[in-house]
Design a protein around this ligand. Sequence first.
Ligand code: FES
Length: 112
Amino acid sequence: MRRARRRGPARTPAGLAGAEPGSGFEITFDGRPVRALPGQSIAAALWAASVLSWRTTRVNGRPRGAFCGIGSCFDCLATVNGEPGLRACLLPARPGDAVTTQEGTGHAAPRP
Ligand code: FES
């Protein structure tokens, strides 16, 4: 039996959730402008701009970006407006946010 094609509102974010996206705005990543949309996480904005890594690991300096996308793995830690160790996948982008690559723990080296 063939299923009848369902008619109705378009299956878009606006149709499904009643979303009314606002106009985009700009954040920066290492000084470079990146477009973001209201409600979009910093990780999503960086991905949309083809930025896939924004942190290096403490031990080997390996590149990291978003992995789980739901706040569980902490791979996406970023420095945002000077504050290190923020999960970019959970943090909504705000106009003018300055995101910078986080190296190691993102904290200054311990004092001797
Ligand atoms: S991507 Fe896993 S905590 Fe953000």
